[in-house]
Each structure stands twice: as structure tokens, then as C-alpha cells.
Design a protein around this ligand. Sequence first.
Ligand SMILES: [Fe+2]
Length: 304
Amino acid sequence: MANITCLSYVVFGVSDLPKWEDFGVEILGLQVGRREEDQTLAFRMDEYEQRIILEKNSEDDLIAAGWEFNGDAELEEFVRETTALGIQVVEGGKELAQRRRVEKIYTCDDPNGFKHEFVYGPAIAPTRNPFRSKKLIGPGFVTGRLGAGHILVIARDYEQSVDFYHRMLRLRFSDYIREEVQPGVIVDATFFHTVTGRHHSLATAQMPIPKRIHHFMLQVQDMNDVGLAYERCLKSGYRITMGLGHHPNDRMFSFYVQTPSGFEIEYGWGGIVIDDANWEVKSYSQLSSWGHKPVAGTSIVTSE
Ligand SMILES: [Fe+2]
């Protein structure tokens, strides 16, 4: 059986590219990579030519999740297996592969309105052009074989979504969180990992949010970079939706900030890596062990 190795990149459709450039570079500490005629802006997080691809359109939402394979043979095997399960997987073609900076690409529809892109051979930037962040003081983002980060996508039908990610994409169960966040309002989330073991590369939950994505998480290697990014948000007026806190399942120390597109970025440190040889799937009853609350006493708070 062929397996996805990691979440290679994400693609967002955004209406305001200049605002995103400021947010990405000055707040998140990303580096601008490719830029095309005010239509595309791609950010780098590491030696890859692109990790976060922004395409100008009015959706302000997740367009695609790019899943990486070790090579052509694994990719082709995965496509054969997925097609046999009844999913329509189509070849993406040379033009799309070029835009995604990969050797080969296939795509399929997600039940929640975005695309999955299955790829191998991501382009690496020349060594004379190493990743440089204007803002990070530590060694950079946690990427490599763990991939770009994780996404929490909104399930239209929770059971169908969980089934799709587990049975069709063959993602592995990490754990579950089920919390009554307000009387009668239960958030039920399932977390999935790939073979390389970032605690989760994808999670899904049914939430009353008019987007396909709740957040994309990027993880830094130095905890101080979380604090510094938090201060940059406070200073610049970007809205912190959940202050510093800690998740019980992936042990991520993080905060959440609203992007110029309305969905959120989780900016974190310390997330665990799963070793399937001794991993036990658990069910947690709280989304955060502490924190992740609205930030009181600042102008950015809209509700308590
Ligand atoms: Fe997260």
C-alpha cells in the first residue's frame, strides 16, 4: 500500500494579496518566493520553493491541500489504489505541476469543497538562495519530512469526512477531542497523521463556520518565536482569536491569529511526533489544557 508522506503545501484563494504579503512576511516570518502578475504569491518556509501558495480570487478560503509522496512509483500506486476505492482521481497536467513546482500531480475532490493534490518531486530552491526570515530569531520552521504543518477543515458531514480521510486518503487516527464548549454546543474533532508522524497533518470537525478551513498551523523550532509573533500581532492590530495556550493531544504551545482572509493561523511550538509502533489512540474531553482564550484588555478583542 502506498502512503502519503506529509502535507507538502497548502493553496489558499485570497482577495487581498498585498495584505497577505504583509501578514506573511512581517507577522508570520515567511519569505516571499514566487510572485506572478498580481495573481499569485507563494511563501517559503524552508528550502522548498513554495509551501503556502496564494491565488488571487474572492474565495478567501482553502483551495487545495498538497500531499507528498516519496517518488513516482508510490504516487502511481496510491492513485491506482484510490481509484479502485471509487474515488475519481485525475491527472493534473503539466501546467498545474509547473504552478505547484512539482514533477507530477493528480487531484481529487474533497467532500468539503476543496481539492486534494497528490504530488512528488517538489522543487528545491538553489543553495545560493537559502530560506531567510526577516523575523524569526530561531533556526526556522519545523518542516522537512513532517511537512508544512496541519490543517483543520470544516466537515459538512462529520462521519462521511472522517471516513474519507481514513479510508480514501489512508490517513491514520491520532486521537479525538470531544468538548462541550457551550451548553449544548459540542465540538467533535478527529485528528489524523501520516507515516512521517507529525501529530496531525489534518483534523476535521463540524463547526458553525462559513469556511472550508478553520486554521492552518505552522510550527517554529524556537519557543521564543511564538512569543515574538504574538507581540507582533498585538502591535500591528491583527486579531488574536485565541491567546497563548496548550493542546492536550499534540502538546502544542500556540496562539491563533485571524488572517486577512478570515480563517485563522495557529502559530505553535513543541508539537509531538507519533511513532506508530507504540502509539495509543485516545479521546480527550478538552480542546486546550490551558489558555487559548480571548485576549482580555486589548483593543483586538471583539468578544469575551
Ligand atoms: Fe491546530
